[in-house]
Design a protein around this ligand. Structure first.
Ligand code: ZN
Length: 210
């Protein structure tokens, strides 16, 4: 199916789009740069569908390949309704809705390690070290240039979603021995940092400086 027919088939269906899970090659191939292939109206409708799908999941980010569209588009939004301690330690501050078109990032500063998950790998989380701060380059949905610094949890979301557009899943960057079912994280490893889990499950907490 060509790209426009693929997008139209998703737009014809009511409600959120089905989320593609690990095992589908669309999640493992680099997506194509967006250069206007869909036209403004179809792009706007696709972005609304991506947002609805993200909110329904619920998740804090969604990349186009996660609904089977191999284009360099992602949406992010995080109300970050979390306790103060989590906000302070993880930098989990609210991230307003944003559209990322052709995003790329430049790392700034140290890495920090926390549990994260992915809508395309349902049921599990693992510890991933990511840059605390990144400079995001790209465009918004209107083609306006973005060069913007993200820090804390929003920086993690930006890195995770941009990785999807390169065919990378968070598991590729995770400490494999830290893999946990969601309910195990909720019951045992809800501490704000993964050090306790690292001791009990015997995985190294990734370097803060590499
Ligand atoms: Zn993901």
């Amino acid at each position: 199916m060509n790209l426009i027919d693929l997008v139209d088939s998703l737009l014809e269906t009511a409600g959120p789009a089905p989320i593609v899970v690990a095992g589908d090659p669309v999640l493992r191939r680099p997506s194509a740069p967006y250069d206007g292939q869909l036209g403004d109206e179809r792009l706007a409708r696709l972005i609304e569908l991506m947002r609805a799908t993200m909110l329904d999941a619920p998740g804090v980010g969604l990349a186009a390949p996660q609904i089977g569209i191999p284009l360099r588009l992602a949406v992010i939004e995080d109300p970050a309704e979390v306790p103060d301690e989590i906000r302070d330690i993880k930098g989990r501050v609210p991230q307003p809705f944003r559209v990322l078109v052709n995003p790329a990032y430049t790392p700034l500063g140290e890495r920090v390690a926390f549990f994260e998950g992915c809508l395309s790998v349902p049921g599990y989380q693992a510890v991933v070290a990511r840059h605390r701060t990144v400079l995001l380059h790209g465009e918004d949905e209107k083609g306006q240039r973005i060069d913007e610094e993200f820090t804390g949890w929003p920086a993690r979301i930006v890195q995770h979603e941009t990785d999807h557009l390169d065919g990378t899943l968070y598991l590729d960057r995770a400490e494999s021995r830290s893999l946990c079912a969601n309910h195990q994280v909720a019951e045992r490893w809800a501490q704000p940092t993964p050090e306790h889990a690292a001791r009990e499950l015997d995985f190294p907490v990734p370097s803060r400086t590499a």
